[in-house]
Every structure is written in C-alpha cells, then in structure tokens.
Design a protein around this ligand. Structure first.
Ligand SMILES: Cc1cc2nc3c(=O)[nH]c(=O)nc-3n(C[C@H](O)[C@H](O)[C@H](O)COP(=O)(O)OP(=O)(O)OC[C@H]3O[C@@H](n4cnc5c(N)ncnc54)[C@H](O)[C@@H]3O)c2cc1C
Length: 422
C-alpha cells in the first residue's frame, strides 16, 4: 500500500492541500496538535447558546480560492451589509456604503465628514484600477507599505485616519498600515467585488466542510509533531511515535512551521515567525440589538488610547449566533494592549457606553480571546508566493508562506497539492 502524504496542520492550508490530493486519489494523513480542525478558524458554542468565533473573522465571498473549493450554499452564508459606520474622534458617526453595490449611497458619501471631495473621488479611481486587474496581478504588483501607498495616491491624512486606518487596520490587524500595499490592493478589490459573510452556524463550518470530504481516519487530532527529517519522509510525534510517509507537507502556522523546518535544516527568515496579535471580547446584550439590525460593522477612527477598534453584532447577520431575545456584541482590539482581561473588559465597557449609550455598561461579559498570532506579518517586498518545495519530499504551505488571509492559506495549500500531483 502507498504510504500517505503526511500533512502537519489541519487549518485551511492543510485541509485544502488534503482535499485536492484526495480528489486525485492520493492517500493523506493530517496531523494536528489541536482538539478540532480549523486552526485559527474555530467557533465555541457556550452552554447558553452563543456562538463565539475565536476572533472576529469573515469570509470575503469573492476570494478565488474559497469560490473554487467551498460549497457556499451548504455553508448557508449570511452576509454583512457592504460598508461600515465610522465613529469619528469627536464622537460623530458617519455611514459609508460600497458605491458599486449601493450607487445612491455613494452620493451621500460625498458629503460624509471623512475627507475632502477629491479624497472621495480618488476612491472611485482606485475602484477602477483594481477592477482592471486579476487578483493575482494585484498581488504580484511591487509593494510599499500601505500608508505610503495611500499618501502617494494623494489621500489626505484625514481620509487615511478616518477611513483607511480604521477599516484596513482592522483587516490587517495593523493600525499603522505597515502591511504591504500589493495585499491592500488585493483586499480592496475583494471588498469592492464581494461581500463579507459568515456561515450561519459560525466560521468553523468552513474547515469542517473541508474535513468532512476526507476519508474517515485521515485526520489525527491531539497529535503534535515534534520533528521532521530533511528529506520529508518521516515525522516524529511529541508522543515519541515515528510515522513514515511518501512526502511531508508542513502546514502549521508561522512560528510552529518555522520551528519544524529549522529543526530539519531549513531556517526561515525571522519575519516569518512574527505575527500580529488581536483580542476579541464578547458581550451579551438583552432586548433589541445595539446594532439596530443594520448588519454594518462599526469602526472607531479615534486614535490611541481607544481600545474598541471595531464592533460587530454577529447575531444581526446570522440569528444562530445568539439565543432568542439576546444579542451578541463582538469587540476587537488590535495590537498589544498590556491589560489583564478584567481591566480590558472594564475599559471597553466605558468606551462602549460612550459609543452606544449607558446600557452598554450592563452588557454581560461572555468571553475574551487573546490571540498572539492572528496574522503573519506581511511587509513590503515579501513575495506573495514563497518557495513551496524545500527538498524532494518536503513541502510547506500556510498563510505565512503566502499572504495573511484565508485565500493565501488556501492558495498555498492548493499549489503544494499541484506540485505533489505533477
Ligand atoms: C482573529 C482573526 C481574524 C481573521 N480575520 C480574517 C478575515 O476576516 N479574512 C481572512 O481572509 N483571514 C482572516 N484571518 C486569517 C485566517 O484565519 C488565516 O490566514 C488562516 O486561517 C490560516 O490558515 P493556515 O492553515 O495557514 O494556519 P492555521 O489556521 O494557523 O493552521 C495551522 C494548524 O497547524 C497546527 N499545528 C501547529 N503546530 C503543530 C504541530 N507541531 N503539530 C501538529 N499540528 C500543529 C495548529 O494546531 C493549526 O490547526 C483571521 C485570523 C484571525 C486569528
């Protein structure tokens, strides 16, 4: 019998790689240290019926890789409205909607207090630019950091600070906008052409759908890999057991993957191990939704020391996220904040009360997820496609070997499968 291809990591990258190999009739064995598939895409269900994604996360429906592999109907995708309500430094609010999806909203956006008229017209010029290119063309463009790109494009500091920083700082988990601009152009295109959505029963449905297509017994959970050999033939588990495969695919996250590869004699640049931290705090509110069921994301344009960077009401988008009569409030804080959970919760209550009214002080704290490695750092000059094959039988994928997104993780997983099938 042919030895299976050993895939370390059952996140999106590993599951995608396994799906394409399985479709082609190749045996695979996925090994994951965690107690469920999904890696950074997990959903916890509380005893009182809330669904808590481990960090606020959405699927952009026009991602080429997700369209190619996922069954959107079976996921029962529930869509946010395209746009956001932005809270300005002085407490005023303004609503922005996608001009392509809601042309009338574009007219009102012209008067929104987030930048000058030329600033807003430049948005239309960027829309035209990204629509002329394929996603791969945008990703392959030379990059500078996003803030420099926006300044060179001509946007004022007001526009950058009131729109781009809150919106894309949240997407990149990087409020400084130091992430590479080729990735910004790609993500901008995805927001213009698609929707932000969640599966009705939570984000973990995405990896679960991919896992369900594999043969029974091909995923071993609670199975940490301690070492791999330099040829990609064997892996040693933390339990001491050694497994032999026809090839080894490292699909672990950046820090773990870099450590395994370094142990096999393939050091990776320090940047590959660096991640962007984020914290997601969940509250429960009783009665009507604080989001007034408008299905729009709330963004905070206030500079530090604000801690509530974006706020979402997932149950307005998919009612299964909260039990009847209650609402779920998801608050994201990007970057390191140095606070203990109770201190952060208290600070957030104060900010949310200023934002949504005094009732916010009574919202019940449900859970806090502190995520040290939310996204890999993706700086200007980093290729969107790192070498996939390191030795005859040794391959790697994962968002850190591409660019920081579900699409990047899945593209890398598919490309490794294609190399193995050659
Ligand atoms: C809070 C948050 C919000 C996000 N928002 C978005 C978003 O809106 N849109 C978007 O496109 N992307 C978003 N992302 C990014 C997206 O989730 C990731 O890019 C993607 O899930 C990465 O998949 P992966 O398979 O590369 O890595 P991972 O999901 O990290 O999977 C790696 C797997 O390897 C396993 N592993 C590690 N070490 C070992 C070992 N030694 N032995 C065995 N197994 C091991 C881990 O347990 C894990 O299951 C977000 C991420 C976070 C955390």
């Amino acid at each position: 019998m042919t030895s299976p291809i050993l895939i370390i990591g059952a996140g999106l990258a590993g599951l995608t790689c396994a799906n394409y190999l399985h479709q082609a009739g190749r045996p695979v064995l996925l090994l994951d240290a965690a107690d469920a598939v999904g890696g950074r895409i997990r959903t916890d269900v509380t005893s009182d019926g809330f669904r808590l994604d481990r960090g606020f996360q959405v699927l952009l429906t026009n991602y080429p890789e997700t369209k190619r592999l996922l069954d959107y109907d079976a996921l029962n995708l529930q869509r946010f409205r395209s746009g956001a309500v932005i809270r300005l430094e002085d407490g005023r609010r303004t609503t922005l909607q996608n001009p392509l999806q809601r042309p009338l909203a574009a007219v009102s956006a012209l008067t929104a207090p987030i930048g000058s008229l030329p600033d807003k017209l430049r948005i239309l010029s960027l829309v035209r630019h990204v629509l002329k290119h394929s996603p791969d063309e945008l990703l392959a463009r030379p990059g500078v950091d996003t803030r420099t790109f926006l300044r060179r494009y001509g946007w004022s500091e007001t526009m950058i600070n009131t729109f781009f920083r809150p919106f894309f700082g949240g997407v990149f988990l990087d409020r400084e906008l130091s992430t590479a601009s080729n990735f910004f152009e790609f993500v901008f295109q995805q927001f213009v052409t698609g929707d932000a959505a969640v599966p009705a029963l939570g984000m973990q449905q995405i990896p679960e759908q991919l896992a369900a297509r594999l043969l029974a017994g091909t995923i071993r959970l609670n199975t940490a890999v301690a070492a791999i050999d330099s040829e990609g033939r064997t892996v040693r588990l933390a339990s001491g057991e050694t497994l032999r495969g026809s090839a080894v695919v490292v699909a672990a996250d950046g820090p773990a993957g870099a450590q395994l590869l370094a142990g096999a004699g393939f050091p990776t640049p320090p940047l590959a191990r660096e991640g962007r931290p984020t914290t997601c705090t969940y509250f429960a509110a009783t009665g009507n939704s604080p989001g007034r069921a408008d299905k729009l994301l709330r963004l905070n344009a206030a500079l530090a020391p604000a801690l509530a960077h974006n706020v979402a009401f997932p149950a307005d988008v998919s009612p299964a996220y909260a039990p009847a009569g209650q609402s779920l409030v998801s608050v994201s804080t990007h970057g390191p904040h140095g606070l203990r959970e109770a201190e952060l919760t208290e600070c957030l209550r104060g900010e949310l009360a200023a934002w949504f009214g005094p009732a916010a002080r009574q919202w019940r704290h449900l859970r806090t997820y502190q995520i040290a490695y939310g996204l890999p750092v993706y700086a200007a000059g980093q290729p969107a496609r790192q070498p996939r094959q390191l030795a005859q039988g040794l391959f790697r994928c994962g968002d850190w070997a591409a660019y920081p997104s579900q699409n990047g993780a899945m593209a890398a997983g598919r490309e490794v499968a294609e190399l193995l099938l050659r």
